[in-house]
Design a protein around this ligand. Structure first.
Ligand code: SF4
Length: 325
């Protein structure tokens, strides 16, 4: 399967008063065309920084980047800001965790939705409004004509996220980045938004990168999963393979920390003890060693290399689960 997005050896450092902060280190990831890839990890694991850098959105004099990003045959890392910006809309689009901060609170939904259509597709005001109504219907918003005249504060959180999705898909992007799109929503609405994204992805033949801290969200919604820890991808596999046969102790700990259907009421969820390592001082060994229940002496001294099973399953661990030692 050909890659729509190919990230090779990407590292991102931020200059801070405390020194150089290593947010992403040596990441390689491929997003095959027509697939959905989940990027999972705790807050601070580098997943959002990695995705923003892959979209060419990380700019600034304090940002140091290396590696290459190729999207749909274009090497983004060799393009100007203006050229990258031209790829947004029809090439790539993004939806965020909190639609209230992404939407302009003092502009009506119709105005915000039709703006991209006018600027990027050159539509007239009247045509853009007609298409905006169609887009609201596409994201299953009832009474679309009335919603076009509403302000964001008049809509529920779930409706606002549907509007953000409508804005993101307005120019038929090939790749949609969804950064924690359901975190701010209650559980029922979360399920509805994930179902909508699944249906739109199939209908519009879009690829998707779903960024989340919740391993439960990627199950059933992605084809592949990349697990990130301390700025690195530590495990990558087809989603069904990852859940059936995970290799990384960190992935296992993430899975243990989500509720299961067969949990008795009152069962306490396992927490991952400890915290992520200081990004200005990663240390020499495995970054997860201070929190890992399987850690041995070698783990504290030597950084594990990325290993690959014959079926392509990638992991970064000296003592992987399920592999004979
Ligand atoms: S390398 Fe060692 S510390 Fe790191 S995840 Fe594997 S077993 Fe745990």
């Amino acid at each position: 399967m050909s890659s729509l997005l190919s990230v090779k050896n990407m590292s991102i450092n931020f200059d801070t008063p405390r020194g150089s902060l290593e947010a992403v280190r040596g990441v390689d990831i491929e997003i095959p065309a027509g697939t959905s890839v989940g990027v999972v990890g705790e807050s601070g694991s580098g997943k959002t920084v990695m995705c923003r850098a892959a979209m060419g959105l990380l700019q600034g004099s304090n940002v140091k980047r290396s590696g290459t990003v190729i999207f749909d045959g274009h090497e983004l890392t060799a393009m100007s800001k203006e050229e990258v910006r031209n790829l947004f809309g029809s090439g790539m689009a993004m939806i965020f965790q909190d639609p209230m901060t992404a939407l302009n609170p003092v502009r009506r939904i119709g105005s915000q939705l039709s703006e991209g259509l006018r600027v990027r597709l050159g539509m007239s005001k009247a045509d853009a409004l007609v298409r905006s109504k169609e887009l609201l219907e596409l994201v299953r918003i009832p009474n679309a004509a009335a919603i076009l005249k509403s302000f964001p504060y008049q809509l529920s959180g779930g409706m606002r996220q549907r509007v953000m999705i409508a804005i993101a898909i307005a120019c038929n992007p090939k790749l949609l980045f969804a950064d924690e799109p359901t975190t701010a929503l209650d559980v029922t609405v979360q399920a509805q938004i994930l179902q909508l994204l699944r249906e739109l992805r199939e209908d519009l033949k879009m690829s998707m990168v779903l960024v989340t801290h919740d391993l439960g969200v990627v199950a059933g919604n992605t084809d592949y999963v990349a697990v990130m820890y301390a700025g690195e991808i530590v495990e990558y596999a087809p989603t069904t393979k990852l859940f059936a046969d995970m290799r990384m102790p960190y992935t296992e700990a993430l899975l243990d920390s989500i509720p299961k259907i067969d949990h008795k009421s009152g069962t306490r969820l396992a927490m991952i003890a400890g915290r992520l390592p200081d990004p200005t001082d990663r240390g020499a060994g495995c970054s997860f060693a201070p929190r890992c229940k399987y850690a041995q002496e070698k783990c504290h001294k030597e950084h594990p290399e990325l290993k690959k099973d014959p079926d392509g399953h990638l992991y970064r661990c000296w003592f992987p689960i399920g592999v004979a030692k």
